[in-house]
Write a protein that binds this ligand. Structure first.
Ligand code: ADP
Ligand code: MG
Ligand code: MG
Length: 501
C-alpha cells in the first residue's frame, strides 16, 4: 500500500474556507443540489413550501484516497455480479427455497414474495429484462487505526442493491467537481504528498466517471427495444422526494438523447391513473403507453402506505411494461440471499468459471443465518459472546435499519427464536479512518471519516440474448467515522469521489 495524502488540519483556515466557497458555487452551478429538509412538512401544502428552494448536496471537499487495485477489482467483477443476480432472479426454485420461510417472520418480504408468486405467470408477457444495480464496498483494514494507514486493505462487499439505487447523477457531478478543483492552484497546494501524486496523470488519480450516462443509456435502449416510439418511460417516485435533482438528470438525458417523454408518478398516482390493456397487456397512464417502469420507490414498507399502493405495484408487474426492476430482482437483492450466496457451494450453482468465482468470493465477508439451523444457533451464540464483531441486518433497504455491536444482544434476546430468522448476522468490516473536510450547507467540518465505494451496473437482456452488461460508473459516499450509517439526507454522509492511490 502506498502512502495516503494528507489534507488541511484546520477547517477554519482561510484557504480551506475559500476552497469550500469556490466548491459550493461550482456545485450550485452544476446541479449538485437537493431540496432542503422541511422538518414539519407533512401535508402537501407544507411540502409545496419547499418548491423553489434548493441547497447544495453535502460533499467532501477533497477526494478520499482509495487503493487503485481495490477499485479495479470492484469494476472487474461488476459484469459478473450483474449476471449472477440475473441468474438468481430467474431461479424460482432457489428464491423459493431461501425466501419462503422468511414469509412467516417478515411481513414486507412476505408481501413482496406473494406478489412475486401471483405475478409470475405473467412474466412471459415481457421477455426484456432491465436492471440497474449498485454493489457497495468498504475497505477492511483488520485493525483499528486513525492517522496511520495499514499496509494491506481488502475490498469487502457491504451489499448488492437491485432496486432504486441513487446518486448515479450527483455522484458523477462530485467526480467532476473534484476534477475541476484539482486544477485550481490554491486548492491543489493544500494536498500534501505522496510523491506518486506528482507523477501520475489526473485521469489516473481521479478516474473520469460516467455514471450519469449509464442509467439513461440503459433506460433509453430498453425503451427502443420495447418497439413503440410513441411510448413513454414512467419513473415511480416517492412523494416529497428531496433527492429529486439526482432523478431529473436521468429524465433530461432521456429527453435529450432519445426524445422520450418521462412521467413522474407516485404509487398512489399509478393506482389512480394507470390501467393494463386486457388484450395487449400494455400499461397505460394518462393516454401514454408505458415502455419502461423505473422505480425510485417501492423498496421500503413506508413506500406502501395503503393497499392501493400494493395494487399499483401489482398492476405494473402484470403489464408488459419493462420493469426496472421486476419483483424477482428485488427479492434477489435481499440480505438473506446475500447470506445464502456466501455459504459453501452455493455460488457454484450460478457461476461456473472458478476464476470468476474466486474474484467474487474474495470480496465476501462473514455472513451467517440467525435461524434454527446449527449454523444459525452457532451465530446466535457468537453474537451474544462477541457482539462488537458484528452487525445484524433485517430484510430492509434504504439505511437506518441495522443493529450494531453492543446493541445486538438486547435486540436478539427480545426476539422469539422464530423471529430471529428474519435477520442475518454479518462480520463488521473495519475500514481505515482517514481525514477529510466535509461541506454541509456551506459549512465545513473536518473529521475522521470512512468511505464506501459503490459500483453501478447496467443489464439489459431479451430472453437469452444479453444486450448490455457492464459497470456503469462509480460513487464514493463518505461518512463521519463515529456514525454507524452514513445517510446523506440525514446529514451524516456526503457524496465524494475516489483519489486512486
Ligand atoms: P441498506 O440496504 O439499508 O443500505 P446496508 O447493508 O448497506 O443496508 O447497511 C447500511 C450501512 O451500514 C452501510 O452503508 C454501512 O455504512 C454500514 N454497514 C453495513 N454492513 C456493514 C458491515 N458489515 N460492516 C461495517 N459497516 C456496515
Ligand atoms: Mg441496500
Ligand atoms: Mg447500503
Amino acid at each position: 500500500m502506498t502512502d495516503f495524502p494528507t489534507y488541511p488540519t484546520d477547517p477554519q483556515a482561510v484557504e480551506v474556507q475559500a476552497a469550500a466557497d469556490q466548491a459550493v458555487d461550482w456545485a450550485l452551478t452544476h446541479g449538485l443540489c437537493m431540496k432542503p429538509a422541511l422538518p414539519k412538512a407533512t401535508t402537501s401544502a407544507e411540502l409545496q413550501q419547499g418548491t423553489g428552494l434548493a441547497t447544495h448536496a453535502p460533499f467532501a471537499l477533497f477526494p478520499s484516497p482509495f487503493p487503485s487495485d481495490c477499485f479495479q477489482h470492484a469494476l472487474t467483477i461488476q459484469p459478473y455480479l450483474n449476471q449472477l443476480f440475473h441468474a438468481i432472479a430467474n431461479d424460482h426454485a432457489f428464491l423459493e427455497e431461501h425466501l419462503q420461510h422468511l414469509t412467516h417472520v417478515d411481513d414486507f418480504t412476505a408481501r413482496l414474495f406473494r406478489l412475486y408468486l401471483e405475478t409470475r405467470p405473467y412474466a412471459k408477457r415481457q421477455p426484456i429484462t432491465l436492471a440497474f444495480h449498485r454493489s457497495d464496498y468498504l475497505l477492511h483494514s483488520g485493525s483499528e487505526t486513525t492517522e496511520t494507514v495499514p499496509q494491506r486493505l481488502a475490498l469487502h462487499q457491504v451489499e448488492f442493491n437491485t432496486i432504486s439505487v441513487s446518486f448515479s447523477s450527483l455522484g458523477n457531478v462530485v467526480s467532476n467537481l473534484h476534477r475541476y478543483l484539482w486544477d485550481q492552484p490554491t486548492y491543489r497546494h493544500q494536498i500534501q504528498g505522496p510523491a506518486s501524486l506528482a507523477t501520475r496523470t489526473k485521469d489516473a488519480l481521479l478516474p473520469p466517471n460516467d455514471c450519469i450516462q449509464g442509467l439513461p443509456e440503459a433506460l433509453g435502449r430498453a425503451w427502443e427495444l420495447y418497439g413503440n416510439p410513441q411510448a413513454a418511460i414512467l419513473m415511480i417516485v416517492q412523494p416529497g422526494e428531496r433527492n429529486i435533482f439526482d432523478q431529473r438528470f436521468i429524465e433530461y438525458a432521456l429527453q435529450r438523447d432519445y426524445h422520450v417523454t418521462v412521467l413522474r408518478k407516485t404509487l398512489a398516482e399509478v393506482h389512480d391513473q394507470a390501467a393494463v390493456d386486457p388484450t395487449t397487456y400494455a400499461l397505460r397512464i394518462q393516454g401514454h403507453e408505458i415502455a419502461v417502469a423505473y422505480y425510485r420507490s417501492a423498496y421500503s414498507p413506508t413506500d406502501f402506505r395503503t393497499e392501493q399502493d400494493w395494487q399499483a405495484r401489482a398492476l405494473v408487474e402484470q403489464s408488459k411494461a419493462i420493469k426496472c426492476p421486476n419483483v424477482a430482482y428485488q427479492l434477489a437483492g435481499t440480505k438473506k440471499i446475500q447470506e445464502v450466496l456466501s455459504r459453501a457451494g452455493v455460488l457454484e450453482r450460478f457461476v461456473q468459471d472458478p476464476q470468476v468465482r474466486m474474484q467474487i468470493q474474495q470480496c465476501f465477508t462473514g455472513l451467517y443465518p440467525l435461524d434454527q439451523s446449527p449454523e444459525g444457533r452457532q451465530a446466535y451464540q457468537l453474537a451474544l459472546a462477541h457482539p462488537e464483531r458484528f452487525v445484524m441486518k433485517p430484510q430492509r433497504e434504504g439505511g437506518g435499519n441495522n443493529v450494531y455491536g453492543r446493541d445486538i444482544p438486547p435486540v436478539l434476546q427480545s426476539l422469539s427464536e422464530k423471529d430471529q430468522a428474519a435477520y442475518i448476522l454479518m462480520d463488521l468490516i473495519q475500514p481505515p479512518e482517514l481525514h477529510n473536510v466535509l461541506v454541509h450547507q456551506g459549512k465545513v467540518q473536518r473529521g475522521p471519516v470512512i468511505s464506501e465505494l459503490g459500483i453501478f451496473g447496467t443489464w439489459l437482456s431479451q430472453g437469452n440474448r444479453v444486450i448490455l452488461n457492464k459497470p456503469a460508473g462509480h460513487l464514493l459516499r463518505t461518512k463521519v467515522a463515529s456514525s454507524n450509517e452514513g445517510g446523506i439526507a440525514a446529514g451524516f454522509g456526503v457524496i465524494d469521489s475516489p483519489l486512486l492511490i
